[in-house]
Design a binder for this molecule. Structure first.
Ligand code: G3H
Ligand code: 13P
Ligand code: ZN
Length: 331
């Protein structure tokens, strides 16, 4: 049993309380490898932002569960070395079983998500409750999900989103005892969040997605005042990176994300955690493609992973400052 407190990690309780009061959101940034983790820590230390390091089931398998535990401890020590002991959470993203959540808690995670959104309402409650009972014994935070996001998650593939029903949130949160609730109000996973036919085109011919359902968020907020809400699928799919990818041999067609002003608005409401993974993938891929295209003789991974890491850190720092509002909120 690895105690997350011994690794220097914190759970998300105090973070969310502060974020709700301050009208900003904590970044939930996903990582799979060392460069992504370094970039997240660099950016969050530079901007003095609290951070939630997210690991999906696939990322855990990719990185190895034992290595991850040391990476998380390394991240805490790295922040210290950079001069600021920002609060850091290690979070399981989209846990799909009680066993996976338990295993992560036993290996030093300070927060887990149990995602039963594809199950029936009652089954979702039943397993979520079990996860909460085990997690709370170890002072670990639990995020659960109600409503289905369109797009592709590891274990959930949904053509269409099913918005969270506000009339269910009080019953769900009180029966499960979860600490935060992920909701569906129109975001979705991946770099192609909307079909072109769902969007309008602006003067430059760029796709403009339909707005998020702030009316649903407002209803949820009324029913659960002061309760932490989480927004998944919140990458903005920066044009800058999509263009670099496509100019250097990539084939990203009709990629479209969530406009930053909508995320800013959500963060000022009860949304206190915003999940971003795809934008990081786009930044890395763009810089690797560009470097290899411009310097075909390069074969040292540091020569293309270095610029990728730099672009990532710059992007995360900007998001903390200009979108989530988490900059200068670490202390
Ligand atoms: O929401 C899903 C995250 O983007 C993780 O994706 O399962 O491919 O690691 P992954
Ligand atoms: P994006 O695909 O929009 O980055 O969403 C990430 C996410 O929700 C991770 O849980
Ligand atoms: Zn997600």
């Amino acid at each position: 049993m690895v105690d997350y407190k011994e690794l220097g990690l914190v759970n998300s309780k105090a973070m969310f309380k502060k974020a709700l009061k301050g009208g900003y959101a904590i970044p939930g940034y996903n990582f799979n490898n060392m460069e992504q983790l370094q970039a997240i820590i660099q950016a969050c230390v530079e901007t003095e932002s609290p951070v939630i390091l997210q690991v999906s089931k696939g990322a855990r398998k990719y990185a190895n569960q034992t290595i991850l535990r040391y990476m998380a401890e390394g991240a805490v020590q790295y922040a210290k070395e950079l001069g600021k002991e920002i609060p850091i959470v290690l979070h399981l993203d989209h846990g799909d079983s009680y066993e996976l959540c338990k295993s992560c808690i036993d290996m030093g995670f300070s927060s887990v998500m149990y995602d039963g959104s594809s199950l029936t309402y009652d089954k979702n409650i039943q397993i979520s409750k079990r996860v909460v009972e085990y997690a709370h014994k170890h002072d670990v935070s639990v995020e659960c999900e109600l409503g289905v996001l369109a797009g592709i998650e590891e274990h959930v593939k949904a053509e269409k989103s099913t918005y969270t029903q506000p009339e269910e949130v009080v019953d769900f949160s009180s029966r499960t005892g979860c600490d935060s609730l992920a909701i569906s109000i129109g975001t979705s996973h991946g770099a192609n969040k909307f079909k072109p036919e769902q969007c309008e085109r602006n003067e430059e011919g760029r796709l403009v997605p339909p707005p998020l359902r702030f009316d649903i968020l407002e209803e949820i907020q009324k029913k659960l005042p002061g309760f932490p809400i989480v927004l998944h699928g919140s990458s903005s799919v920066p044009k800058e990176f999509v263009d670099i990818i496509n100019a250097n041999g990539g084939g990203l067609k009709d990629a479209v994300g969530i406009p930053e002003d909508q995320l800013r608005k959500a963060a000022s409401m009860n949304v206190c955690k915003i999940n971003i993974d795809s934008d990081g993938r786009l930044a890395v891929t763009a810089m690797i493609r560009k470097t290899l295209a411009e310097k075909p003789a390069v074969f040292d991974p540091r020569k293309y992973l270095g610029p990728a890491r730099e672009a990532l850190a710059k992007m995360y720092a900007r998001k903390n400052r200009e979108v989530l509002g988490s900059a200068n909120k670490a202390f």
